[in-house]
Ligand binder design. Structure first.
Ligand SMILES: [Zn+2]
Length: 330
């Protein structure tokens, strides 16, 4: 069970500030690299041409689709820009934070493993973006055999030292070959440009009747509604895609997967995040409402409200469990 107090452990204040400063430097550096990607005129998630420029943050433009509400950095950053970004200074400190907050984060990964075991007990698994190895460590008492692919070179090196027997590829998963019973993307999909190519690649990587488990920030959530574009997860070029529960579900269903579960399990994180905004006097009362501002101080109300967010799919992080449809031509 993840508690409201756990959010403090996951985001230690001083290091988080350091990441923000280094991130600014990294962004300035990658803005010097030319980007040949052109601005898209159709939504890469649903194909609609009803796009509008939604906001500009960190000097990147975010477009939104009026039909499915998907947001994305438009134009997408180039692969070269992203490769430099993911090996920048901020990433190393971010890895340091992850290692320092391992204890709390492991609880999240253990819940994810239990969720997988509810559906499938053994087989080959590809974890996309998992070089820190917390998830692989959580799998140790199962019959699931992991392989990891990740762009971050220092993370991959540390992983190889720690798990010499687990196959690890320091590469873009788009060039990875293989067929797996399970593919996992824990907080990875929001980082991947050219989302239409990503779904085609996921279809290749997951075997028929195999499973895909993923998590990503949910834009249509309590914490993102209250914080708006100031929310730290509105952070191009790190996050290039901005999903919600509905458009994700539709996207997978229209592209070769049966969606079995769509949940936002940690409404408590939303409540903790908003309580911090209230305490630091940086909350927009018109978005939060005075009633909630007052009664979120009450622990019983806060706990029940968090539970209600989870049950209504309005928590800040969505998990999707999907099963690959059998190839109709076979
Ligand atoms: Zn759309």
């Amino acid at each position: 069970m993840i508690n409201i107090s756990d959010i403090e452990d996951i985001h230690p204040e001083e290091l988080t500030k350091k990441i923000v400063d280094l991130d600014k430097e990294d962004i300035e550096n990658i803005l010097q690299i030319p980007n040949k990607n052109s601005k898209l005129s159709k939504c890469p998630l649903c194909g609609s041409s009803q796009l509008f420029d939604y906001c500009n943050k960190n000097k990147f433009n975010i477009s939104k689709c009026s039909d499915c509400d998907f947001g994305f950095v438009n134009p997408y950053p180039s692969n070269e820009q992203l490769s430099v970004y993911y090996n920048g200074k901020a990433k190393d400190v971010e890895n340091e934070v992850f290692l320092k907050t391992k204890c709390t984060r492991m609880k999240i990964f253990e819940e994810r493993v239990s969720r997988i075991l509810n559906h499938i007990k053994n087989g080959k698994l590809l974890d996309i973006g998992g070089s820190l190895g917390f998830f692989v460590e959580s799998l140790k008492n199962t019959d699931i055999k992991p392989t990891v692919v990740d762009l971050n070179a220092s993370g991959c090196k540390a992983f190889a030292d720690k798990f010499p027997d687990v196959p690890m590829y320091n590469q873009d998963f788009m060039v990875h070959d293989g067929k797996y019973n399970i593919v996992t993307l824990w907080d990875s999909l929001e980082h991947l440009p050219s989302i239409e190519k990503v779904i085609a690649k996921l279809n290749e990587l997951v075997k028929d009747d195999g499973y895909l488990f993923m998590s990503t920030p949910n834009v249509k959530s309590f914490e993102q509604f209250v914080a708006g574009n100031d929310h730290p997860q509105v952070c191009p070029p790190s996050h290039v895609n901005y999903f919600n529960c509905d458009n994700l579900k539709k996207w997978f269903s229209n592209n070769g997967f049966d969606v079995i579960e769509t949940i936002t399990p940690n409404g408590s994180f939303d409540v903790a995040f908003v309580k911090k905004l209230i305490e630091s006097n940086s909350v927009d009362n018109s978005k939060l409402g005075l009633f909630l501002k007052e009664f979120l101080k009450n622990d019983i109300f806060a706990t029940n409200f968090a539970d209600s967010l989870s049950k209504s799919c309005l928590g800040g992080n969505v998990i999707i469990v999907a099963k690959k449809k059998r190839d109709k031509n076979l």
